[in-house]
Design a protein around this ligand. Structure first.
Ligand SMILES: [Mg+2]
Length: 493
């Protein structure tokens, strides 16, 4: 006997109420969907969703505090100084895309060319010279065991804790083994996830940790009413998934008796990214002889719950062409990169930080325009200085340094150089202030200096679409053609 009643496909009225093109153009930026690779929704048959940080929007600061608390407790149990438990950790410190350098206890941010543009030791920013010596004078080869990439929102507390712990332990004069400290933090946080110290607290107090988006249910309904089939593919376990999804969708639309009605397939404990690369079998959860158990699954059916599984079996059992599956997730590696590299699935990435990035863009728009103007002004000044220097050298050659013309030219050059210095100093301060409007430690998530950050680069490379939350999909017709802006190379501009 299965634990679930098969759920019929509901037939619902078509509710494609999306605005026409003109209204899409009027959408606030944070509500739009952005396109790296064109995608015709018309051709998409299946839309799959990751759950955590995709369907479920977590309140990051709350989750970070909880994870740090649970992890510190375990570190102290392992023999770390109890001062760790008294410290306050700055949960604003980390962003996605940072790299832990376990050799030196540094945390760095790179641009798309692996150039380290910023670095911290604990909460102290490294100077330009320190960065240069470690990361610029030689090529950074980003690989374990020395480097660890922080690529999920899930992993942010590790970075906050690492920076805080390095700071505190050194302040108390402890000799820190940076490598071991990070590995211990990783192990303790994994343990805290495994033994329930984190998920149980979340599951028992969902409103504190999870934002319920009232737009989610209508978005899923809109996709379904346009004939798309929906599935959930999550690494979370069944009990947690069931509780979370009931919180997110239960009672949201009268047509749907349960959250299960929204989805044609539900698969939990998927162990992505292994799901995309390995050949683990699908198991069905069943209720037998008074207990829950699993048995091998040879078909995937609506209304049942599956575990494990793998990409090839999935595609075969749902009988869908890979490029007709759109997968929506938040994890650049587990959800987006792997499904892109190992399959032809189309991808949409949820980047919830975009909402605060747009805020910062709005607040700094005038300053950015001003900075662009200053960059052009600087170019003109440098040209002028070079020109005056040519004249000066010619005058000196003609009649010596004390010649009146040479003296005037030298004064002009000195004055221009003074102006350039002043411009540079005030521009640096302005750059710093605009960066800080994005993030007090790291600046923009997507940019590093004038380049894309390594995170921004990955989003561009692997996500066909990206947006801040799932419900933004409802701002477009269910058969929308998401068209990428044409790529231009420098010689075409
Ligand atoms: Mg996720």
């Amino acid at each position: 006997m299965t634990i679930t009643v098969p759920l019929p496909q509901l037939s619902l009225p078509h509710v494609d109420t999306a605005p026409p093109g003109a209204l899409i153009a009027g959408l606030p930026r944070a509500r739009r969907v952005y396109v790296n690779r064109s995608l015709r929704m018309e051709n998409v048959e299946w839309v799959g969703f990751d759950m955590d940080y995709t369907l479920a929007i977590y309140r990051q600061a709350e989750i970070d505090r909880l994870s740090i608390e649970a992890t510190v407790k375990k570190l102290v149990d392992r023999g770390y100084p109890p001062q760790l438990a008294e410290a306050t950790y700055d949960t604003r410190f980390p962003i996605r895309g940072l790299l832990i350098d376990k050799r030196y206890g540094h945390i760095v941010k790179m641009d798309r060319y692996k150039f380290v543009g910023r670095a911290y030791h604990g909460l102290r920013e490294l100077t330009r010279d320190e960065r240069h010596e470690l990361y610029h004078a030689r090529k950074v080869r980003v690989a374990p065991p020395r480097y660890h990439y922080i690529d999920t929102l899930y992993a942010l507390p590790e970075a906050a804790l690492y920076a805080g712990a390095v700071d505190l332990l050194e302040r108390y004069g402890h000799n820190v083994d940076y490598h071991e400290l990070f590995d211990d933090i990783r192990q303790c946080i994994d343990e805290a996830h495994r033994d329930g110290s984190i998920v149980d607290v979340i599951a028992n107090d969902l409103p504190r940790f999870v934002e319920r988006d009232p737009g989610l249910a209508p978005t899923l309904h809109k996709l379904r009413s346009a004939g798309k089939k929906l599935f959930i593919l999550t690494n979370s376990r069944w009990a947690y998934t069931e509780r979370m999804m009931t919180y997110l969708l239960g009672g949201q639309l009268p047509e749907y008796g349960s959250w299960r009605n929204y989805f044609d397939l539900v698969s939990v404990a998927a162990t992505k990214p292994a799901f995309f690369t390995e050949k683990r079998p699908f198991m069905e959860r069943v209720f037998e002889h008074g207990a829950e158990t699993v048995r091998p699954a040879y078909t995937l059916e609506r209304g049942r719950v599956y575990e494990g599984g793998n990409l090839r079996d999935f595609e075969r059992m749902i009988n869908a062409q890979a490029d007709r599956i759109l997968y929506v997730g938040d994890h650049i590696y587990g959800d987006i990169l792997r499904s892109k590299k190992d399959s032809a699935w189309r991808t949409a990435m949820i980047v919830q930080e975009m909402e605060s990035e747009f805020d910062a863009m709005g607040r700094t728009r005038d300053d950015v325009t001003e900075l662009d103007g200053r960059a052009r002004q600087r170019d003109r000044l440098e040209d002028e200085i070079r020109y005056q220097q040519v004249l000066f050298r010619a005058a000196v050659k003609r009649s010596g340094e004390d010649d009146a013309e040479a003296v005037t030219l030298r004064r002009t050059i000195d004055r221009l150089k003074g102006t350039l210095r002043e411009l540079d100093a005030s521009t640096r301060a302005m750059h710093k202030a605009t960066d800080a409007a994005f993030h007090p430690y790291w600046g923009s998530l997507f940019k590093q200096g004038l380049e894309l950050s390594s995170f921004g680069d990955q989003v561009e490379e692997y996500a066909c679409l990206y947006t801040s939350r799932v419900s933004n999909l409802a701002n477009y017709p269910a058969s929308h053609f998401y068209r990428s802006p044409r790529d231009l190379m420098p010689h075409e501009m």
